[in-house]
Design a protein. Sequence first.
Lengths: 340, 229, 281
Amino acid sequence: MTREPLLRLRDVRQVYNDRTVLDVAELSIDPGTITGLSGPNGSGKSTLLKILSLSERCTSGTVYFQGRAVLPFDAEAHQQITMLPQVPHLLTRNVFNNIAYGLKIRGRKTGLRDNVAAAMDLVGLDSSFAARQWHQLSGGEAQRVALAARLVLKPLCLLLDEPTASVDMESARAIRRAILLARKEWGTTLVITSHNQSWLNDLCDSVIYQYNGRILDCSLENILLGPWLKNDRQEFCKKLADGQFILVPSPPGPDSIAVIAPEVLKLTNALPDHAAHTLTGTVIGIYLDRHSSEPRIHVVCGDHRLVANVPDLNFNGKALLPGQTVTLHYLLENITWLMK
Amino acid sequence: MEFILEGLAKAFVLLLQGDQETYSAVWATVQAASMSMTVSLLIGIPLGYLLGYLNFPGKKGVRTVVDTLLSLPTVFIGLLVYAFISNRGPLGEFGLLFTLTGIAVGQTILALPVVIALTATAVESLDRSLRLTLISLGSSQKQIFLTSVVEARLGILIAAITASARVLTEVGISMMVGGNIKWDTRTITTAIALETNKGQFASGIALGLVLLAIAFVISFSLSFLRRRT
Amino acid sequence: MKHLYGKPFPTILSLLFAVLLCASASQAEQGPLMMATTTSTDNTGLLEYMAPLVKEATGIELKWVATGTGQALKLGENCDADVLMVHAPAAEKAFVEAGFGLNRRQFMYNDFIIIGPEADPAGIKGKDTCGAFKAVLDSKAVFVSRGDDSGTHKKELALWNDCVNAVPDKEGWYRQAGQGMLATINIAGEQTGYTLTDRGTYISYEANLGGNPPLRILSEGDQKLLNQYSVIEVNPERCPKAQQELARKFGDWLVSKEGQNAIAAFKLEGKQLFFPNAEGN
């Protein structure tokens, strides 16, 4: 039995001033899921979020909410979907009234005090915060108040735009906790954008990668963007910050995106033979892959962070540790290209 | 110069002794100003909000016109209103000439551009993300309007204060449309003009100080509003 | 804006409007007698003194708007007053001839005086009116005019025309104030010049300066300086709302023995200002 997707986009395009900022052929968000939306700045993440939250009209295409085609500001759907913008914007009133606002305008005034207190608890704000004015909060506290203002509505769907960018660690933790609780308690569907891929990867059921307004539905590790240069030997490559080159097979198009699956990158000692290519970098972290429960290492090569699966954390008889320099190699034919 | 000091002393006497003529002028001023301020705020705030909030072709032109109307001389407004409400004018049957209501009509014309322009400015200087925030919380257009007005309350308060100041101190409209009729339409400002004309400068000063006292009371009570927000 | 204030908005607005209309309409029906007059009758306090006497004798409640003569006549023309009390005979006659007013009756006069600095640079003291005007013209002494189309101003222009056949409109020494009488006197005082004023305003001016003003009476008493006041009813054929019966009644009182005596009895600073001269008295 397939459940009806909560939100669905079909052939949605958004054009600003002759520039196509969003072009999504098909996107479905299932109810009760946490979906991550990743991509570099300017890839259209915020725009996609605005369209999903029905706060913006798309140039063309249809948005479906619970199977029903809806227009922006659809009264019924709008009550169920709420969005947390990147920069928390609070109303010029105290914390309590900020959180209570959504309930008040919906006429849900019974048990107001309790609901607000519960929401504050959810985001880890002490009850003493209730009387604080909007200008007496730190960035992280303000973001938590904004989140509480939306959680208090127990929304069916909550969209968050870079919720932990520029907040302190404690707030980031509290926000993450609240997000997971919301899904657990109320089955809230969540869509979260971030350019912190590993954070998203850790938190979300699935992550969508967005680039140049298009959706790339795949796991997001080791994505390499163009443009691609030719070296002296007429091979295609990408130059890294430390002078290394990542060699790739002939790209289908000038802006194609290359993907090196983590399984394909292997630790090596030996010098490469002709068909394999190497990259040297520093281990910055050892993680557990949530899905496969296998260890993997994050290595920084130049300015790129690459992820490699390592079945065994021992290498050369020694345990792998962060800070070590390692060499990774891959076979050229194992590089896949994404459709442009 | 002595008449200034004399006027200061006279002001206290007038107020404390409950001089009937003075209180009649004060009451007339308050009535006319209340009427005109109420109407101009009720109409002006929504219009100012729309002007600040919406983007439409010709917005700049409208804004320029409104800003120009800020400089309408009061005698000019008085003359225009007289032309309309005179018995020979189109609105003659309403009998508004030489009444406080007639004065209030003229004062509303005076106050409206002030309220509209300053409200528009206050709304424009609202953070653009306010709209997004309110939408993301599920507000309807009506709720966006009301909440934006609350958010812009400081600027709108300034608009109200500025408009009241213009209305309380104008002479041109009250004189032309009101006629300065004793006990009826003699306001503080027209009374000052009369006393000055008669050469009673001290009385003129005294009445001026009474008007200042009223303005002070209003500002003082409004300062509480400011602090609370 | 309807959706902003909700459904009741148009209802409330029309209710408000209706209340205002009723309030003002009820005033217009059978109301007090509306008089347009000049500043000299008001500023001297004559009308304040007269109003209760009128009320007692005739039951009429008198309300007046005091402006310049030009504006007073205009108010009559526009049907915004029921009766006029002004002092500009030529303009009044034109007013009546044009059909704007009826039953013009002269009922009192006051006089004008020529005042100037005590030093009297033009040497007009003791001369009659035309002699004084000629002297000012010859010596090019500063002369301050009302310049505001008021009764006084019209009188002054008539005197220039009468005495020297021209108004010194563009002369540098002839300053046109465009203001009320007291303001004009003050300007003359500041610029040590001459001016034509009604006696009543001068008496007030003198009293305000503690009896020692910089400008003194230098020429008075000439027939030419008489300032005739008349009362005119606004024509109800042109102005259906004009309360002609009340206006007539008021005028009757002014020219009656009682009214005339009241006028004579009025004193400013202990001096009589206005002299009753209704026909038949």
